[in-house]
Write a protein that binds this ligand. Sequence first.
Ligand code: AMP
Length: 414
Amino acid sequence: MTTTTTTPEGIRPVTATRVLVLNSGSSSVKYQLLDMRDRSRLAVGLVERIGEETSRLVHTPPAGGAGKREQTGPIADHGAALKAVAAELAADGLGLDSPELAVIGHRVVHGGQKFTAPTLVTEEVMAEIERLVPVAPLHNPANISGIRTAQALRPDLPQVAVFDTAFHTTMPEYAARYAIDVATADAHRIRRYGFHGTSHAYVSRETARLLGRAPEDTNVIVLHLGNGASASAVRGGRCVDTSMGLTPLEGLVMGTRSGDIDPAVTFHLMRVAGMSADEIDVLLNKKSGMVGLCGDNDMREITRRMGEGDRQARLAFDIYIHRLKKYIGAYYAILGRVDAVAFTAGVGENAAAVREAAVDGLEELGLAVDGGLNAVRADEPRLISPAYARVAVAVVPTDEELEIATQAYALVTG
Ligand code: AMP
């Protein structure tokens, strides 16, 4: 089928079916090339430690290809990284100059209140992403650099920004606002934005599909538990609350982030410990959470230590679960009716002990986990609740790249 679309060049038909997804971090670029005819992955890879002497590119070609390839050596910046990626893709006959490439989809972390949907990149859009740098100082500059690099490589191609915050822009004002002075909040754009939105959108929809229900008629609590972690309450396909806030620090206990704390902890530390704002930033974002509590942020290691009777690991696990339960309870109350609780991301998809503990004792809420089903390891979405449970408990692997590709492709093909 041939459809028309608006590109930087104007209106032209889109018959191409490939989408390149770029997730640019401050010193890394993750990429995937997908074919939207069957949503298959043609290539997957990662460039890390950009700007260092020991940059590394790991490229996995399409199935049946020559296998994973790796190169190390200095890669100066995002521009050089994307050129190296383009060379790897070209070696597999998947060059970025191919007419098969329809669009480049970019993960952009912060879209503020303005970007509620995937957006075709224009200079105006770039300026707005730039204006949001003060609320996402680590992420948005890297995303901007990724987009600029891709534009330089293929100026003729549409670039689409898919925002981590977009799915959460449906939160009602009473969920999005902090109870602080309105003028101060508005002057500095302080409100709850939420993150991991692409994952929450994808997983809530896939959960409805797993239940055989329409997303518009399904209420889901999504628990995205990775190294970063967030929960969301999704009513009829729309987010009504989420646990991350102005930044990804709020909410659940994470690998290295504290999640919710009394904000007075910050000025207390300034006054009594003489710590600077930057030092507290590092403490709460990098040295807290599971790593701060027990020295490890990998749930595999934490559960292994617990098995050996390690009390520090046990306490960290209990704190993690206690916070998770609070959010399940809170979002249950907000939704009123819950059809499913869905676990996703590294911990949510793999750590059966976390899933079991998180719903333990919640039978009165209709929540239970079947030990046998919970122990099964699989890549497919699956139910782990017993047949009698009123609320489904599901494991639904997230796929943010596929969601970005789907949204970007839909935008350019109409
Ligand atoms: P993500 O940020 O979604 O990639 O998740 C990464 C985290 O998932 C790691 O830090 C681990 O804590 C956790 N994880 C990954 N694999 C497993 C596993 N097999 N069992 C338990 N936790 C896991």
